[in-house]
Design a protein around this ligand. Structure first.
Ligand SMILES: [Zn+2]
Length: 54
């Protein structure tokens, strides 16, 4: 039977525009399963606070 095994977590996203160091068009980045995402434009790493479990 069809079943979606993806974790049904809330879609957490962050927006990045490079701020003042490396400006780029604003993009919305979605966190991966580890609560981490790296901006493809400026390389800035974002991490969800609640992902710091261990
Ligand atoms: Zn960025």
């Amino acid at each position: 039977m069809p079943q979606d095994n993806r974790t049904n977590t809330a879609v957490e996203k962050v927006e990045c525009d490079g701020q003042v160091n490396l400006p780029h068009p604003k993009v919305y980045l979605h966190f991966d399963a580890n609560g981490v995402v790296i901006c493809p434009y400026c390389g800035k790493k974002f991490q969800l606070d609640y992902a710091k479990t261990n």
